[in-house]
Structures are given as C-alpha cells and as structure tokens.
Design a protein around this ligand. Structure first.
Ligand code: SAM
Length: 314
C-alpha cells in the first residue's frame, strides 16, 4: 500500500509521523499507561519484540530522558535501564540497550538476564507478533508461544509486585490464557487501546502485581501452565473455554483505554491541507534497516527490469 493511501486511511499512522514515533503502536502503549499508570516508579524495563522501536521510544521519552535531564551523569543509579530485544535489527534509541535475538530461545533470555546483573526488572512489555497468516487459530497459537516466551523471561527477571504487558490475540482460548496469567499476577485485565483497530483481534493483557505461586520453580513453568484447564489441575482456576458454566464461569475484566472520545482508529479523517489545498505526506520516521521482505523487493525489481529489457529488445 502506498504511503499516501495509508495516510488517508489511518489517523494514528499520520500522527505517529508528525510526533516522531517509528510506528503507530506507540499510541497503544501511551494509552495503556493513561489507564494503568504502568511507568510509575519504573527503573528497569525490558521491551520484548521491540522493532522498529516505537515502544522503546516511549520508554526512552517517558523514563530515560527525563531522568537523564535531572541527573548529571549517565552512570547514575537513577538513570533507568531499558533493554530491547527483537529478531530484527533496530536503529539506535537513546538510553536503550539492544539485543538482537529470538525471545523463544533460552540464550536470548540469558543475555537479557545478564544485562540486569542480578537486579530485577519493574516492568516487562511484549508487543510480539508473528507474521499473521489470517488463519485465526494458527495466529492465536503462534502468538501464545510468544506470550509463553515472554512469561518465561518474566519469571526469571520480574520483581515481585512488577508488571507485564503482553499483546494477545482474542480468541476461544483467551479465558485459558487469562487463568494462566492469573497464576502469576493478582490483577489481570484485557485492555483494548483506542488506537488498536476494533477490526483487529489484538488486545493487551495488563498484568499487575507479580506474585508467583509459593514455592514456584521457574523450571516447572510449562507443567504448571498445562495443569490449568485440565480436570486434575488447579480446580478453582480451571476456566478453559466452555468448561465452566453459569455462576462458575470466569468473567475476564475487559477495558477500553485511551480517550474514548478521541480518534477512532477504524475511521478515515480528512487530511490537514496546506493553504494552497495541497497535502504533503511525511516520510516514515525510521524505515526498517533490514526488513525480511528486502530480498523479495530486490528480486521483484530485478525481474521487472529484465522483462522491461526483453520488451525493448523484441
Ligand atoms: N512494539 C514495536 C514497536 O512499537 O515498534 C512493534 C513490534 S512488531 C508489532 C512485532 C515484532 O515482533 C516484530 O518486530 C518481530 O520481529 C518481533 N518478533 C516476532 N517474533 C519474535 C521472536 N520470536 N523473537 C523476537 N522478536 C520477535
């Protein structure tokens, strides 16, 4: 899709460029913060699946830059530590340490943990998304694997009382996921920021007050999660879809966040034109450094070039 047509359709896409965010996703994290105050008191944070980096930009602008301005040295303990991880390379962001790797790989988790040097994080955010296939069950499953990887890192690194924000795809297993997260956090809310399109099944699990079960051993994470949703598992937490009926059914707290009278991400808004009636589309703030589709584009370009040449020669 050309950038002008995207400009016409999507107000958050336009606003992101105007305000210098690398992606419109920045507004989702900002709107979650408006509702849940997730940055309060945060000194150490991990941004999982961070590229192209708009959430890391939010973290830098909200946590690192203000702390740096009010302190003389960047070595100061008061300057927040932000570690961002993604499969893709990311252009640098002030105050953000970058790790390129797969969050489902134990080695990547170890690298992240090492950066914390024995200290614990106050907040872990995960906006991870696989390449969506359009097959909802499949997409939901792959997404759940990213959440599981995020939760594994959380159990190693998050301090008691800390917060975890994770993108989820709402589907038939949302209640199971909710119960699994409830094993570790006293408060779990499924939030839908105004900037996340209603037409998308995306939502965010906002998990507050990390308090793992007593005697919890990180190595048992998978076994513990598998127990939820089976008749022999934790009975009072068993809420796999369709399993409990009537008064026993678990109701998942769901909250729309962001200014509800603000922009609607599914609507088209008129473009703001210059006095001469023209509209100038802004360039993306940070084009992808090494996108997976780069080679495909190069091949397409080369084949177009070849067929043009053949037409000229014939
Ligand atoms: N929060 C980001 C921002 O604001 O710019 C956008 C994240 S984007 C929606 C999803 C990201 O998840 C992609 O950059 C992708 O590379 C990353 N991702 C998907 N699977 C991953 C994995 N297994 N390990 C690390 N990153 C992964």
């Amino acid at each position: 899709m050309g950038k002008a047509s995207r400009d016409k359709r999507d107000i958050y896409y336009r606003k992101a460029k105007e305000e210098g965010w690398r992606a419109r996703s920045a507004f989702k994290l900002l709107q979650i913060d408006e509702e849940f105050n997730i940055f309060e008191g945060v000194k150490r944070v991990v941004d999982l699946c961070a590229a192209p980096g708009s959430w890391s930009q939010v973290l830098s602008r909200k946590l690192y830059l203000p702390a740096k301005l009010s302190s003389d040295s960047t070595d100061d303990d008061d300057v927040p530590l932000i570690v961002a991880i993604d499969l893709q390379p990311m252009a640098p962001i002030e105050g953000v340490i970058q790790v390129q790797g797969d969050i489902t790989n134990a080695r990547t988790a170890e690298v992240v943990i090492r950066h914390f040097d024995g200290c614990k994080a106050d907040l872990v955010v995960c906006d991870g998304a696989p390449d969506v296939t359009g097959l909802h069950d499949m997409d939901e499953f792959v997404q759940s694997q990213l959440i599981l990887a995020g939760l594994t890192i959380v159990t190693h690194i998050l301090k008691n009382g800390g917060k975890f924000i994770a993108k989820i795809f709402r589907g038939k297993d949302t209640s199971l996921l909710y119960c699994q997260l409830k094993l570790f956090f006293t408060e779990v809310t499924i939030a839908k920021p105004k900037s996340s399109r209603n037409s998308s099944i995306e939502a965010f699990a906002v998990c507050e007050n990390y308090s793992p079960p007593e005697g919890f051993n990180e190595k048992d994470l998978h076994r513990l999660l598998e127990k939820v949703g089976t008749p022999s598992g934790a009975d009072d937490l068993d809420c796999s879809s369709g399993w409990l009926e009537g008064p026993n059914k678990v109701y998942i707290p769901f909250l729309a966040c962001g200014d509800l009278s603000g922009y609607d991400s599914d609507r088209s808004y008129p473009l703001s034109k210059a006095p001469d009636g023209s509209y100038k589309s802004l360039d993306p703030v940070q084009p992808p450094i090494d996108p997976p589709y780069k080679r495909a584009l190069e091949m397409k370009k080369a084949s177009n070039h070849k067929s043009e040449k053949l037409t000229l020669d014939s």
